[in-house]
Design a protein around this ligand. Structure first.
Ligand code: HEC
Length: 146
């Protein structure tokens, strides 16, 4: 009974967050983990690294070393590690990302992972901020247009 009540409350919270999202058009904080649609304020964060060819190439190198095992060499989500984790790695060539497509949102997801499961791990300790922006610029280059 207790579990059911908690479950219901979680559902109502999620539904309320969905309504907020629909109205605000941007992410809203909740206790369920990384907000779908983006972190509050994520879209306002400016990417300090221009998406030059050199930056995209640097991002590609880091991507192949640290991300391709799960997300696939073509970033389409078909990495070898698919199935080893509770969730399927995202297809990063899609025009819109589940957890926000703005540069600041993608930066946040890479730096802090996708909570609460962290099936998408946090890279903030292993990858410096400038390198994360290179990754953001690389992902922009592989994303299909809307
Ligand atoms: C251990 C496997 C794994 C590795 C390594 C990994 N990811 Fe992920 N990633 C995931 C999973 C699983 C998800 C989906 C998480 C979810 O939906 O909860 C994800 C989601 C994402 C998302 C969000 C996509 C969306 O639709 O919002 C981005 C961006 C991302 N990863 C980028 C990266 C980058 C860049 C790297 C390398 C630094 C990386 N990932 C390394 C497993 C991984």
């Amino acid at each position: 009974m207790r579990t059911m009540t908690t479950g219901c409350r979680a559902f109502i919270t999620a539904a309320a967050a969905g309504v907020l999202l629909a109205f605000a058009g941007s992410g809203s904080a909740n206790a369920q983990g990384t907000p779908i649609g983006g972190t509050p304020g994520g879209a306002a964060i400016q990417n300090p690294v221009p998406p030059t060819e050199a930056s995209v190439a640097a991002g590609h190198g880091i991507y192949l070393a640290m991300c391709a095992a799960c997300h696939g060499e073509k970033a389409d989500g078909h990495g070898r590690a698919v199935g080893d984790y509770g969730k399927r790695p995202a297809n990063l060539t899609l025009p819109n990302y589940r957890y926000g497509t703005a540069d600041g949102d993608v930066f946040d997801v890479i730096q802090n992972g996708v909570e609460p499961s962290l099936a998408m791990p946090a890279w903030g300790d292993a990858v410096g901020e400038t390198d994360i922006w290179h990754l953001v610029n690389y992902l922009r280059s592989v994303r299909k247009d809307e």
